[in-house]
Design a protein around this ligand. Structure first.
Ligand code: FES
Length: 206
């Protein structure tokens, strides 16, 4: 696997005789035209590499915490019965392994020295540029609902555009053919069926 050191980010890897090209990342639900992102990636690939027909294209979703550090520890403060590890920020190969070490140390009574830095409830929430942007999206969706286009789904897709998680306004993803929430990243099929949480319900029928 190789990855560019500069910008724009591109990653390349071979798998089963196919070339996988990654790049053009965007925040779920905040990109007005994901299909154009894919076209840019396709152009770059054809400019630099002798490739044929594209077989598949998809966007992966990665959780990134407001501080950039993963969350590893109790799901509920002070309750060790359920432990979580999430927010690897696209670096699961390293932070996933680190989370495994932290969890194993915790369970075996041999905590790793750096474990407390990852505890979900040990870091008081602080406003960061990411959290401020998230709050902005929540209010902007409602403030602009009447004027800002949220994208058009195929005919017959009569669903509410209010996310059942915490009420943000979802946006149509023209590449993935899904409704995406700009606040916490829930995703729904064109007919409103839940694809990915944190929402636990479908979009309501209109
Ligand atoms: S408000 Fe939509 S995922 Fe939280």
């Amino acid at each position: 696997m190789s990855i560019t050191a500069g910008s724009p980010t591109r990653s390349l890897r071979m798998a089963g005789g196919l070339l996988m090209v990654g790049g053009e990342g965007y925040l779920t639900g905040r990109e007005p035209n994901p299909a154009a992102r894919l076209a840019t990636l396709d152009d770059w690939t054809r400019t630099h590499l002798p490739v044929g027909t594209a077989h598949h294209a998809w966007a992966a979703q990665d959780y990134i915490s407001d501080t950039g550090l993963p969350f590893v520890g109790p799901a509920v403060p002070g309750d060790e019965r359920v432990l979580v590890a999430t927010g690897y920020g696209k670096w699961g190969l390293t932070t996933g392994a680190g989370a495994g070490l932290a969890l194993a140390g915790r369970l075996l009574g041999e905590p790793v020295e750096w474990g407390p830095a990852l505890e979900p409830w040990a870091r008081p929430p602080e406003p960061t540029s990411r959290s401020v942007a998230t709050l902005g999206e929540q209010s902007k969706g409602w403030a602009c609902a009447a004027t800002r286009p949220t994208g058009e789904a195929p005919a017959g897709s009569e669903v509410s555009r209010v996310c059942p998680h915490l009420g943000a306004v979802v946006r149509w993803n023209d590449q993935e053919q899904s409704w995406d929430c700009p606040v916490h990243g829930s995703r729904f099929a064109a007919d409103g069926t839940l694809l990915e949480g944190p929402a636990t319900e479908n979009l309501a029928r209109r």
